[in-house]
Design a protein around this ligand. Structure first.
Ligand code: 6GU
Length: 225
């Protein structure tokens, strides 16, 4: 999978894909992430990429031309399955969307800033608009990092048996069960006996019960879906 991210603060995306599982995905050649500085593509003086909004009102809007120039250049080089715009008024991101996106080959992600991007880019280039939750971030970069992480770890060959996505919260529509490691007793707090009993069937049943109970308590809405 190849992901091209368009940003006015590309430095924000230096670190998120350089560690742990994202690093492994890149090292194994399963994920390529290119971050483009939108200011390198503006035809305007002083690397201008935003301007006042028509109709008045506070806040700047990202101009269409720098975005169109960079989007055209990328789309000339290869076909893209999705042009995603990160915006708080987009569709709420969830595991289902992550699964869907993990099947794509090439994607562009546009990170919004200020009041957002000129709506003509949304109408004529963007294929999907994503929000990561009902709160406002100062820019789309951190949200884009969330999407790339959630999608990247699903690519075949990125996770091994131990970290398998099959057991994640949400993958089966349930929250994950509690987990424990050594020591079996810590400050008098004991690990549940069943986890030490050595019977895989009993352990699976216990984990399923715990998942169900946690989901009922914390996220009952997930059970209705
Ligand atoms: Cl994608 N962008 C911004 N700026 N804020 C957000 C968001 C995205 N998702 C939730 N809040």
């Amino acid at each position: 999978m190849r992901i091209d991210i368009i940003s006015v603060v590309p430095d924000l995306l230096d670190s998120p894909f350089s560690h742990s599982i994202m690093k492994r995905a890149k090292d194994r050649g399963l994920l390529e992430v290119f971050v483009h500085n939108l200011r390198d593509y503006t035809p305007y003086k002083q690397a201008q990429v935003d301007d006042y909004q028509f109709g008045g009102g506070a806040g700047m809007v990202m101009m269409p031309e720098p975005l169109a120039i960079l989007l055209d250049k990328l789309k000339e080089e290869r076909p893209y399955d999705e042009v995603i715009y990160m915006t708080p008024d987009g569709d709420l991101f969830d595991q289902r969307t992550a699964n869907t996106l993990s099947l794509k080959t090439n994607m562009i992600i546009i990170c919004g800033h200020y009041k957002g991007i000129d709506d003509r880019i949304r109408q004529h280039y963007v294929t999907r608009e994503i929000s990561i939750g009902d709160y406002v971030l100062s820019g789309g970069e951190l949200a884009a990092a969330v999407v790339v992480d959630a999608v990247g770890r699903l690519l075949p060959g990125v996770l091994n048996d131990e970290t398998s996505a099959l057991f994640d919260s949400f993958q089966d529509g349930l929250l994950a069960p509690p987990v424990y490691t050594r020591p079996a007793e810590f400050r008098g707090w004991k690990v549940p006996d069943v986890l030490l009993c050595g019977d895989p069937k009993k352990i699976d049943e216990w984990r399923y019960e715990q998942s169900l109970q946690r989901t009922k308590e914390r996220r009952p809405g997930l059970l209705n879906d």
